[in-house]
Every structure is written in structure tokens, then in C-alpha cells.
Design a protein around this ligand. Structure first.
Ligand code: SAM
Length: 286
């Protein structure tokens, strides 16, 4: 079958099947072959790979994945897309479509069954309304994972890869970078999709680290400190921690911990690296 990655073919497929776009599922379908090639290249897909695709839509990216990978499983929530996928992917014997919410799929079991428990590559033009739960769910889980290469809102991609002292730096940057190394592979304008999204998009690859980027005694405490610190951007970190309902630290305890890790009393969270948050967390975990 001819590839779908152009506006004419996409519109033809949608009209023929009387498909109605569901806004609540974040449906913006890719219509640009060049962008699809970039995603496949950024993900580094080879014939050895098992790929999990999140949200195949009408199968535009799935066709490219099927040609590049050994095997693909594509998880699509919208049951109205399933008959279309069966048609557009009929030529590919290495593709399985599952009609399910990706947040409910037992991915660890899938990896075991399809890839003998070896790390997999995840690829997707993500539904933007659940980008963070999907990405953080995967990174925080014990699922064997090599990389996640996804289309997300440009603003979210910038936050994922931002470093200390920049306006995009925040809790998401630190959470993602604790588990993975980000690489921004491409910026993608709205005219590469049908319908056009109201925001710019970007392709980001997150390569999972073998071990988290820093060692910390109490991971939960560190992420609570990070959240408290960025939740009150205008305050100094010391004031932010003192006022946060999450903690019961005294002024003295905070001052002592700051002294132990060499922080100035006026330090702001947005200037701190992950290692510095880890050191502070260790100094505050009694
Ligand atoms: N991959 C296609 C493409 O690039 O043209 C479609 C991408 S579209 C941005 C997102 C897709 O994810 C839609 O097909 C939507 O129905 C599907 N989706 C939304 N929420 C989902 C969920 N929770 N689980 C699985 N798929 C979901």
C-alpha cells in the first residue's frame, strides 16, 4: 500500500472511513514524510528492535516503524481507528495493534513476551494531554527500556532538556534528567499535522541511563524538595522550604543543612543542579 504520510492520502483515508477527530484524545496526525524519517533516525531503529508505538492514529508512523524495526506493537485507545489501522497496516506482518489505553497496558509483560525482557525502544507522536504521565510513568517504572523518542509540545521538550538558571528549568527537567539523557532531535511546525495543533511541537529522544544520574539516600525526599523549590519560584529556597506544608524543618535545620552543602542563605532552587539537590536532600534526611 502507498504510504500515508501526505495530506491527500490522510484526508482520503479519514473521509472514506467517516472518521471524526476526537479532541479529547489529542488527535493530530502527521502528514510530513520528512518529519517521519527524522523520528525514525532519531530513535535509531534497526532490524533488531522491538518497538512500542504509543497512539498510532491511522498508522502513518507505524508504516515507517514496521519497515525499520523487527517488530512493532502499537497501542491505540480510539476503537474507531482500529479498522483503519487493519487496512493501512495490512501489508506489514510484523505489526500488532492493541486497542487499549497505554496507561493501562502491562508494558513489562509485553517486553517479556515480545523482546525476551531485553530493553525496548518506545516511539510515538504523543497525545499531548498525557505526555507527562506517559513519559514519567515509563521512566519511573522498572520496564526494560532503551529509549523513548516522542513528539511532544515544543514547550515541554524545552523543559525536559533545560539546565539550571534557564527559564525552562524546573521539576520536569530534573525528573527526566535523573533517569534519562535528553536530545532534542527536531522542531516541528503545526502545518505538519492534520488538524493543525495550536502549539509548536518537537521530537525529543530520552535515552534511559543505566543508573540514575545521581545517588541519593531518599529519592522521595529529593523530589519533594525539588517540587517545593520550583512551586515557589519567587522565594529563596530557604523560605520556600520553611513555608512548604510538605515539610516540618526548623529554620535551624535548614541553615545547618545549607551550611553542610555550602549553600548561600539566599540561594534559589532554579540555580541548583541535580547533584546539589541530592546533596541537600542527604543533608536533610535524618
Ligand atoms: N501516530 C499518529 C500520527 O503521528 O499521525 C497519531 C498521533 S496523535 C497526536 C495521538 C494518538 O494517540 C491518537 O491516535 C489518539 O487516539 C491516541 N491516544 C490518545 N490517548 C491515548 C491513550 N491513553 N492510549 C493510547 N493511545 C492514545
Amino acid at each position: 500500500m502507498e504510504k500515508l504520510a501526505n495530506p491527500q492520502k490522510t484526508i482520503e483515508m479519514i473521509q472514506k472511513n467517516h472518521f471524526n477527530f476526537q479532541k479529547r484524545y489529542g488527535q493530530n496526525f502527521l502528514i510530513d514524510a520528512h518529519v517521519l524519517e527524522k523520528i525514525i533516525a532519531a530513535a535509531g531503529i534497526t532490524k533488531d528492535d522491538f518497538v512500542l508505538e504509543i497512539g498510532p492514529g491511522i498508522g502513518t508512523m507505524t508504516q515507517y516503524l514496521a519497515e525499520a524495526a523487527r517488530e512493532v506493537t502499537a497501542v491505540e485507545i480510539d476503537r474507531n481507528l482500529i479498522p483503519i489501522l487493519h487496512e493501512t497496516l495490512a501489508d506489514y506482518e510484523n505489526v500488532t495493534v492493541i486497542n487499549e489505553d497505554i496507561l493501562k497496558v502491562d508494558i513489562a509483560a509485553l517486553v517479556k513476551e515480545k523482546n525476551g525482557g531485553r530493553p525496548i525502544k518506545v516511539v510515538g507522536n504523543l497525545p499531548y494531554y498525557i505526555t507527562t504521565p506517559i513519559v514519567m510513568g515509563l521512566l519511573e517504572s522498572a520496564v526494560p527500556l532503551e529509549s523513548i523518542t516522542v513528539m511532544v509540545q515544543k514547550e515541554v521538550a524545552l523543559r525536559m532538556q533545560a539546565g539550571p538558571g534557564t527559564k525552562d528549568y524546573g521539576a520536569l527537567s530534573l525528573s527526566v534528567q535523573y533517569y534519562a539523557e535528553p536530545y532534542l532531535a527536531a522542531n516541528v511546525p503545526p502545518n505538519c499535522f492534520i488538524p493543525r495543533p495550536g502549539v509548536g511541537s518537537a521530537v525529543i529522544r530520552l535515552t534511559r541511563r543505566e543508573a540514575p544520574a545521581v545517588t541519593v539516600r531518599d529519592e522521595k525526599l529529593m523530589f519533594s524538595l525539588i517540587r517545593a523549590s520550583f512551586g515557589q519560584r519567587r522565594k529563596t529556597l530557604a523560605n520556600g522550604l520553611k513555608n512548604s506544608p510538605e515539610f516540618q524543618f526548623t529554620k535551624g535545620q535548614i541553615a545547618e543543612a545549607f551550611a553542610a552543602v555550602g549553600f548561600d542563605g539566599n540561594v534559589r532552587g532554579e540555580t541548583l543542579t541535580l547533584s546539589q539537590f541530592a546533596a541537600l536532600s542527604d543533608a536533610l534526611s535524618f
